[in-house]
Design a protein. Structure first.
Lengths: 316, 316
């Protein structure tokens, strides 16, 4: 089959990759894969990975251990878990100690004609949700993880730093809480998208220090982190929604003196994400910046790395 | 009056300091002051401060705007607050934006014959609590701040790193929760004190990574922080109970991937601390390593800075 292949930080297009064969899993024909920051960082060598990348996908089940799945349009949770380790048994399967992760760790991903996943990872897509919307289920679930972890109320002042691929979805989900939300966006295209959803923009120079109840840091940069610390009120909550390349230097004492809470936030719940797409409370399709064929996957990665580009889809 | 005086990181004993005169505050004759890590760091120049240091005290009210306070044995909350700023009005008076802090910021402390504090800062000491126990009220309250911030249950595995002045009190308060507590202590004297209270010791080499629900870091060292991160399970909670001199370098991505929560923890509630002393659920008096007269205050600081020394009292 055709697939993109990552090896030694070099991405290539191949047409001779064997079709995956996992009789205990569903075989899924891929329709779209969305590129995210993790994919770009993998190509930069930030994660060691050899194989087919890609994990935000929509597809159709073509073979399955249970007949009724065949023909279903599906999205899929990316962590394939053991159910045996302490994390699984303690109700934290996304933190499974033996997990493989679709297109990220010990498991080929979705930038290919086919992929496989266990049935338990799959979610059928509601009929009224288009493929172009459904491909955002995984990052939308990640955005929703924030409100799984912290309770944001209408009166809360919430600052989101960063309005890229994930930031846009975070902004839309935070807006649902009714909170007093403001977003720092860098690029005009990002600002237009937010304005379309009536989400308030704020520029860095207008940030009053010590005045925000929550700050969500979605840039993965030290400058974003420093701004977040400055903006937070004492006993405020900082949600880290990006990973940070290499080590980060912080003045930790200020976190202690001001009794700040910092929460790392990763994968989230697919069910609620699909429900928000079905009820159109979140509309991600405006985020699509470009679409490429699988054969043009290298150009797709190049495009996704350009400044201010939002979501790039790779379609089979 | 006699007092210790800190100026340009140099501590001296003086006998010609004017007795404080604040008609709106209580005038308190100091009996004991306990030396803590903050005092030692102030002398090192970690906080800029000129004046009389000292903030963990027990004393007797000799003058007061309200007659009924005169003659009372008291301890006192160290943050003197404005009641006007956003933090005060939002129920976070210990984070008052205009606060002065006894012997730490814009307010002379208690290493003197007398100090003053507003009546609202004072707590009468229950009759059965000795001066030697009551002088621990402030650090015991700081230890209790942890269980104000996080809910620790009997089934929780809680690791405390550090068993110095504050660590010993943290250990005793954490033990009250019934949790599965283990403490990393460096010095034999610290270990003996913990064993007396039947608190389990553990050595660093026996720490299973990824297996603790809570870690309380009370060393203020980078190595303590690294051990804490290693020990915590995914979605575990790290309580920072020490300040960290200068900047700290961290791999923040591991906090995001494992969805770790980090909480800074500072001053705590005096009422519950006095109640624990009165009911003898916490017994701090075993922590007193040495006692000095105010005239020998410089020797007291020198003693407090020795390795493995617990609480040093300065008595008037």
């Amino acid at each position: 089959m055709k697939a993109l292949w990552l090896e030694n930080n070099a991405l290539s297009f191949k047409s001779d990759i064997p079709r995956p064969n996992q009789p205990n899993e569903a075989l899924i024909r891929i329709v779209h894969t969305g590129l995210c920051g993790t994919d770009l960082e993998m190509v930069k060598g930030y994660y060691p990975f050899t194989g087919i990348p890609g994990h935000e996908f929509v597809g159709e089940v073509v073979e399955a251990p249970e007949q009724e799945w065949i023909g279903k349009r599906v999205v899929g949770e990316i962590n394939v878990v053991c159910h045996q380790c302490e994390q699984c048994r303690s109700g934290r399967p996304t933190h499974c100690e033996n997990r493989s992760v679709l297109g990220i760790k010990n498991r080929h991903g979705t930038l290919a004609e086919f992929t496989t996943l266990p049935l338990e990872n799959l979610h059928p897509i509601p009929e009224t949700v288009s493929n172009e919307a459904a491909v955002f289920t995984e990052p939308l679930a990640a955005a929703l993880e924030i409100t799984q972890q912290v309770q944001i109320r209408a009166a809360d002042r919430v600052l989101l730093i960063g309005a890229g691929r994930l930031g846009q979805l975070i902004a839309q989900t935070l807006a649902l809480t009714g909170c007093r939300l403001a977003v720092i966006a860098r690029h005009d295209h990002q600002k237009e998208l937010l304005s379309k959803h009536k989400i308030r923009l704020i520029s860095e120079k207008d940030i009053q220090p010590w005045s925000w109840d929550f700050v969500v840091e979605a840039t993965g940069s030290t400058s974003g982190l420093e701004l977040a610390r400055k903006a937070l009120r004492p006993r405020g909550i900082l949600v880290l929604k990006s990973t940070y390349a290499g080590d980060t230097t912080l003045n930790l004492s200020s976190f202690v003196v001001d009794e700040i809470t910092v929460i790392g936030s990763r994968c989230g719940p697919f069910g609620p994400a699909l429900q928000l797409l079905e009820t159109r409370k979140v509309d991600p399709t405006g985020l699509i910046s470009a679409e490429f064929r699988l054969e043009d996957g290298l150009a797709a990665f190049k495009k996704a790395a350009e400044r201010g580009i939002c979501k790039v889809l790779v379609s089979v």
